[in-house]
Design a protein around this ligand. Structure first.
Ligand SMILES: [Zn+2]
Length: 314
């Protein structure tokens, strides 16, 4: 039986009887994004933006909470440096009506209509190595995501990343750039073992603006209210605020039951424990809020379920 780490929610092997998990024990000092003493991410951010004066930067706008706040902050920071922010959204067919409404309202509110674009990949054919049916086949992006819902497979992670990264690569090539800014909320540990806002991925570098601005989930919700940003929680569930897929798959897996014990969650959804423990450890989510989320699952609204059923022809 695994024990749960008293600092985060990481699972601890039984032989380590007391104390925190390995990840908490070996966490370097000052890596929390919400720590006031942490100037490292801020310095990385300043250096990056200063290197792009009088230039343009691409921002992958998902339409979710973190992404919306980061975009608003980035536009402010870029003004004084004469940097043009070019926000764009990748359309793969499953964002949902409420998210598109948020995107349209926010882009309008931030006066980005003249530069913003949608990159539609939903009817593109891609070769999906890890399709849920485990066939190495070429299929349309929309059909791939539809098959994930039908087969109850969460596409988040390697499968989804391979599709989205492929789209990012093409966009960056069009703009002759190798940096892409996202709303990413956690810093990433690089090959030197240092936590950084820069994440070198498939042929390009992601600049994780949520971490760069020291944002947390609570700060983000507060920011939306304080700045009167026309963004509403889309109610899509699945601990997500810009996509119908995780909520829909999750809803089917738990058969609509929201309440669970921590032991049940640890046994059935270790991926949830990992998601929250990483964010608690890095100061993005408060421990009590994470605990609440692990006991009471974020299920989609009836509207979201209806919409995904329609999209999947059910
Ligand atoms: Zn821990």
């Amino acid at each position: 039986m695994n024990r749960i780490c008293p600092s985060c929610f990481g699972l601890v092997k039984a032989k380590n009887a007391d104390g925190p998990c390995d990840a908490c024990r070996t966490l370097p000092a000052n890596v929390k994004v919400n720590s006031n003493s942490n100037m490292f991410y801020r310095q990385e951010r300043e250096d990056f933006l200063n290197s792009r004066r009088n230039d343009a930067v691409l921002f992958a706008y998902s339409g979710g909470l973190d992404s919306t706040v980061a975009l608003s902050q980035l536009i402010e920071e870029c003004k004084s440096r004469s940097i043009t922010v070019i926000p764009f959204t990748i359309d793969y067919g499953f964002k949902g009506k409420e998210t598109w409404k948020n995107i349209s309202q926010v882009i309008d509110f931030l006066h980005q209509n003249d530069k913003y674009f949608v990159y539609d990949i939903s009817s593109e054919s891609v070769s999906i190595l890890a399709s849920p049916s485990a066939k190495n086949e070429s299929m349309k992006v929309f059909d791939f995501y539809k098959s994930c819902v039908k087969e109850g497979v969460l596409p988040c992670g390697a499968m989804c990343n391979s599709i989205i990264d492929w789209a990012f690569q093409r966009i960056l090539k069009n703009y002759n750039d190798e940096y892409l800014i996202t709303g990413g909320d956690t810093p990433k540990r690089n090959t030197k073992g240092i936590y950084s806002i820069f994440w070198e991925t498939h042929g390009f570098t992601v600049v994780r603006a949520g971490a760069a601005f020291g944002n947390t989930k609570n700060k983000n919700r507060q920011y939306i209210l304080e700045h009167n940003i026309p963004w509403n929680d889309p109610g899509c569930g699945g601990y997500d605020t810009d996509c119908l897929l995780p909520g829909a798959v999750f809803y089917a897996l738990v058969q609509g039951r929201a309440e669970h014990s921590l032991e049940e969650t640890a046994a059935s959804f270790p991926v949830l424990m990992e998601y929250f423990s990483e964010r608690v450890r890095l100061g993005v989510i408060e421990r009590n809020d994470a605990l609440e989320s692990l006991l009471h699952y974020d299920l989609p609204s009836l509207e979201s379920i209806r919409e995904i059923d329609e999209l999947c022809g059910r």
